[in-house]
Design a protein around this ligand. Structure first.
Ligand code: C2E
Ligand code: CA
Ligand code: CA
Ligand code: CA
Length: 280
């Protein structure tokens, strides 16, 4: 039994070592990925189902084409990037590229739209966050009315002063803010009273089984009603089926993002989706 125990211990520590080795390697590779142009942005459309599924905007989602490992999912490398602080450089690359593409779309899409960009907590809390953002918008010609930032509840729980200041500066600039993965963080609803935000994004976890799960139905109804009472927009993400679509529609949520309408796609594919003729 003693032998067995040791073997088990050895096994687990080997596992742990190789897991941290993997992370270290990932971190080293991430450090070079921007320069090596291994990142790409994909864009997922958002539509309004109350208005003939009209296109209202898109979310920028990062993709990493690793030279040896192939495509690595953001769920895997974003947490490594956050732990190492590399996320700040990565998020800034994303913001700049999204603004370049957004400014171009402004010339080609003849209707209002908002391009949403994810901003990690570490990035949002940089003291020069607003300055850098303003610079990028000036350089790229991106307009505030075409930009929205997605932050998570966690952003609002630490360094309240800075978060409050940043949010009111964003409001002055005319840049909307959405709370991503709403309802999944460890936070109180009080922040909705104290912070200037525009949109609640209902997390996919509440929608996966919404057809059958009465609790999910109650939660989604409540979030939608909360948004309506606070005069906030509400977005359902991760809608894949007609049943999910009907469930959220019946509960008063009309802005939809999900595979049911479109998967995230490269810029050129979104051009085709929007019937944009590229004359460059
Ligand atoms: P998120 O911000 O909640 O993004 C939504 C995720 O749901 C995306 O996964 C999207 O591809 C996926 N999704 C959308 N519709 C459906 C659907 O109908 N079914 C299913 N199964 N999935 C759907 P993705 O692109 O893998 O990104 C995962 C997470 O990584 C994001 O979650 C976000 O937290 C983070 N992330 C992605 N891009 C960035 C970025 O540029 N910066 C930062 N800081 N984080 C990012
Ligand atoms: Ca998001
Ligand atoms: Ca989300
Ligand atoms: Ca999520």
């Amino acid at each position: 039994a003693k032998e067995e125990g040791r073997g088990l211990f050895r096994y687990y520590s080997a596992e742990r070592n190789s897991a941290s080795l993997y992370h270290l390697r990932l971190e080293a590779d991430l450090r070079k990925a921007i320069d090596l142009k291994e990142f790409e942005l994909h864009y997922q459309p958002q539509v309004n189902i109350l208005h003939d599924d009209k296109f209202v905007g898109m979310e920028a989602l990062i993709r990493w084409h690793h030279p040896r490992e192939g495509n690595i999912r953001p769920d895997v490398f974003i947490s490594v990037a956050e732990a190492s602080g590399l996320i700040v450089q990565i998020d800034r690359w994303v913001l700049r590229q999204a603004c370049i593409d957004g400014a171009r779309w402004r010339d080609k899409i003849d209707q209002p739209f908002r391009l949403s960009v994810n901003v990690s907590a570490v990035h949002f809390r940089q003291t020069d966050f607003i300055d850098v953002l303003t610079c990028i918008m000036l350089e790229t010609g991106m307009k505030a009315e075409n930009l929205a930032l997605e932050i998570t509840e966690g952003v609002l729980m630490k360094e309240l002063q800075l978060a409050t200041e940043n949010l009111s500066k964003l409001k002055k600039l005319g840049i909307e803010v959405a709370i991503d993965d709403f309802g999944t963080g460890y936070s109180s609803l009080a922040y909705l009273r104290n912070f200037e935000v525009n949109t609640l994004k209902i997390d996919r976890s509440f929608l996966i089984d919404i057809g059958a799960n009465k609790k999910d139905q109650a939660i989604v109804s409540s979030i939608t009603e909360l948004a309506r009472n606070l005069k906030l927009d509400v977005v359902a993400e991760g809608i894949e089926t007609k049943e999910q679509l009907e469930q959220v529609f019946g509960r008063g949520c009309y802005i939809i993002q999900g595979y049911y309408f479109a998967k995230p796609m490269p810029r050129q594919a979104l051009d085709r989706y929007l019937n944009i003729i590229d004359d460059e």
